[in-house]
Write a protein that binds this ligand. Structure first.
Ligand code: COA
Length: 310
């Protein structure tokens, strides 16, 4: 089949359902190989200031969507993050180079200096494609996993002050501590209250899943957990995630990171979660040491590739 049978076009709102179904189908077939997930896609499509009609390209063949490439702009740090997915039956058909070119052109129009893409370590095809298109490996992010049935985690009712669940109306405080904790961290794009309100309002998020430590009315540390229903198929229950975790610079090295992490883990345990996962930059020595100290182990990794745009 000629690669010209594949049409690359901009996303339209009516593509939403088909696109999410495609991502869910591919995710099921080859989870650890996917450069994105259906949940990431849904969250990214609605994100403030994304405009998928301009920034997302779909690949269509005989009226069906068989792949896409999303260009998420992070203008405040001058980069765009690409997320890429093609159904296995439609790989090696010759259109992938055209698709990446569309994304690079779009990143250029957005006037960002850098394009980044995260590729699972086992996905040789994506590595080859992006290398051919001028991307180079810059960073390894580790995927860690913990089995709560084997970890020493205090019961949720043993967790005391200064930690408590986030309450409605405290989204600004969450933004404050998140931006303070991650200031100048590689790849972190500071959030606005609008971003945080969007993220905490998603069906996959509950304020109860966010643990925050306070010094009077100042947030000093937090652990943002998530529960993905039905993910842990082996035991027929949800899988937990440490989505974000940070400590104010002034409070580091005093056990606060460990305290909010253990609070987050005991919250997940109280919800019946057994397996907890997270992603951490392999160069973030403090975070790696913290996660290792409670028993997290590496199970795979994702590789960030970068292209510097002219
Ligand atoms: C990672 C972070 C949360 C650690 O918070 P913290 O309050 O300083 O950590 P704690 O004092 O609770 O230390 C917890 C463990 O990590 C180890 N650790 C903390 N900082 C460390 C450092 N700079 N180097 C090596 N180990 C370190 C401690 O030795 C301790 O281990 P122990 O309990 O076995 O003694 C904090 O540095 C931070 O907010 N970083 C920026 C945001 C970030 O990177 N978040 C994680 C993203 S995945």
């Amino acid at each position: 089949m000629s690669d010209r049978a594949y049409i690359i076009r901009n996303y339209r709102p009516e593509d939403f359902g088909e696109l999410v179904q495609l991502a869910a189908r591919v995710e099921k077939i080859e989870k650890s190989y996917c450069c994105t997930s259906s949940q990431n896609l849904v969250e990214s499509l609605g994100r403030p200031n994304h405009f998928p009609e301009n920034n997302l390209f779909v690949v269509e063949m005989a009226g069906d969507i068989v792949g896409y490439l999303d260009v998420m702009p992070e203008l405040n740090i001058g980069r765009a993050v690409l997320s890429y997915l093609v159904h296995p039956e439609h790989r090696r058909k010759g259109f992938d180079k055209r698709l990446v070119e569309c994304a690079i052109d779009r990143a250029g129009e957005l006037k960002v200096k850098i394009a980044h893409v995260n590729i699972p370590q086992g996905n040789a095809m994506a590595k080859r494609l992006f290398s051919k298109m001028g991307f180079r490996f810059v960073r390894r992010f580790l995927e860690l996993r913990l089995d709560l049935s084997e970890a020493k985690v205090p019961r949720i009712d043993q967790i005391t002050s200064p930690c408590r669940h986030l309450r409605g109306g405290e989204e600004g405080k969450l933004m404050e501590i998140q931006n303070r904790s991650f200031a100048n961290t590689w790849g972190y794009s500071p959030n606005t209250v609008k971003d945080i309100t969007y993220l905490t309002g998603l069906p996959s998020c509950s304020l109860e899943d966010i643990i925050m430590a306070w010094d009077a009315d100042r947030p000093i540390a937090y652990c943002w957990t998530k529960i993905k229903p039905g993910e842990d198929e082996a035991v027929g229950r949800g899988k937990g995630r440490i989505y974000m975790l940070g400590v104010d610079l002034d409070w580091r090295g005093r056990g606060m990171g460990k305290q909010v992490l253990l609070s987050g883990l005991s919250h997940l345990k109280s919800k019946g979660i057994r397996i907890v996962e997270l992603t951490v930059d392999s160069e973030n020595k403090a975070a790696c040491a913290l996660y290792r100290s409670v028993g997290f182990e590496v199970w795979t990794s994702g590789l960030w590739y970068e292209k510097v745009l002219a």
